[in-house]
Design a protein around this ligand. Structure first.
Ligand SMILES: Cc1cc2nc3c(=O)[nH]c(=O)nc-3n(C[C@H](O)[C@H](O)[C@H](O)COP(=O)(O)OP(=O)(O)OC[C@H]3O[C@@H](n4cnc5c(N)ncnc54)[C@H](O)[C@@H]3O)c2cc1C
Length: 326
């Protein structure tokens, strides 16, 4: 077994997903304690040219499985490719993004290599012997559980997007790119992709937005006003789960434990009470500004700036101030 930490490099339509770079950043911090290399595992069809990007984002090595069978993500095909690389190189740990693909793929691989998997982690620590301590919310976010996997390797975990920090992008960084020739057994495929239909998603992902204007149940009848406020200040509208459950705004805009983890420069929490499940997704934001009618609302314990009052009346005042200063 090596000391290396592997990161599954998730690409969709040959675009590497941000979470993979975040995980490389985290793996760098871990190997600084445990030793070993940070290695990306890049799988797909016609993707070899992406390996340089993985190195520039902090990987020491990239294992590339480039095979026409891997054009579309299917569980079996990708599981075969990644499992082969893991078996061959025996890393100490492997990290996946807790994305739809990562959540599907990671358990398959952990089962095939007979190890444990901690899903949806929000914090990782390692000791000098390479033991990984994986922390995740439990019991609806009311406590955090730290899980170790002392008897099996690799230690595996999925990590939520937006939680870990990337290292600085550096095209001068040196790294080794290794082509892995994996024989894919198509007779094992139970699923065949017949047609790919793409859902139109929000142009801006809330995880990538610098300014988020997040609305809660208190503003569920004021979506148009919130959208207008967000446009004026150059932000993106996100929301609490209450707003998604009410069918007012889309689930891919939900912040929190069962939504997205975000860390924008500025997070407006408007008409949001501040339940632990919501806080879990936004407390890493640089500046949190809460507006709530109720001065005892829990959100004020997390906010850096708090305004007590009716957000529908405060938004136009803020707009005027912000426009004047622009
Ligand atoms: C397992 C589990 C997972 C969950 N995951 C998530 C998650 O990912 N994300 C999430 O958000 N929640 C999640 N929840 C739900 C969470 O517990 C809360 O129910 C939810 O966050 C409440 O949303 P809210 O703050 O918008 O609504 P409320 O709690 O109803 O708060 C509304 C607030 O608006 C204020 N208000 C009303 N009118 C105005 C006004 N005009 N101006 C200013 N303030 C006003 C009120 O004072 C109140 O504080 C989860 C729950 C469970 C059990």
């Amino acid at each position: 077994m090596s000391k290396d930490i592997f990161v599954y490099i998730e690409q969709r339509d040959r675009v590497i997903q941000n979470v993979s770079f975040e995980l490389i950043g985290e793996a760098r911090r871990l190997v600084a304690v445990s030793g070993g290399n940070v290695c990306g595992v890049l799988v797909g069809n016609n993707i070899a040219s992406l390996a340089k990007e993985v190195v520039a984002n902090g990987a020491d090595k990239v294992f590339v499985v480039d095979n026409k069978e891997l054009e579309y993500y299917t569980t079996e095909c990708y599981a075969q490719a990644v499992t082969a690389v893991v078996r061959k190189h025996s890393p100490n740990a492997m990290l996946f993004g807790a994305s739809t693909i990562g959540r599907d793929l990671a358990p398959r691989i952990s089962a095939r290599v007979h190890t444990g998997l901690t899903a949806d982690c929000t914090d990782l620590k390692i000791d000098e012997e390479g033991n990984l301590f994986m922390t995740r919310p439990a019991f609806g976010g009311s406590l955090f559980a730290t899980i170790a996997c002392p008897d099996h390797r690799p230690q595996m975990s999925t990590v939520r997007p937006g939680v870990m920090k990337k290292v600085e992008y550096d095209t001068n960084r040196a790294g080794e790119i290794i082509t892995e020739d994996v024989a894919i057994d198509a007779t094992k495929f139970a699923v065949k992709i017949v047609e790919e239909v793409k859902e139109t998603k929000a142009a801006v992902k809330i995880e990538d937005s610098k300014i988020l204007v997040s609305m809660g149940r208190g503003l569920e009848n004021n979506l148009a006003q919130v959208k207008n406020f967000a446009t004026v200040i150059g932000g993106t509208v996100s929301c609490s789960r209450a707003v998604v459950d009410a069918g007012v705004w889309k689930s891919d805009r939900q912040v929190g434990q069962t939504g997205k983890t975000v860390r924008p420069d500025v997070y407006f929490a408007m008409g949001i009470s501040g339940a632990v499940q919501h806080i879990a997704g936004m407390d890493g934001s640089d500046l949190i500004i809460a507006i709530n009618k109720d001065k005892t609302a829990a959100i004020f314990n997390t906010a850096h700036l708090g305004i007590v009052g009716d957000a529908t009346a405060i938004m136009p005042e803020l707009e005027k101030e912000i426009l004047a200063r622009k």
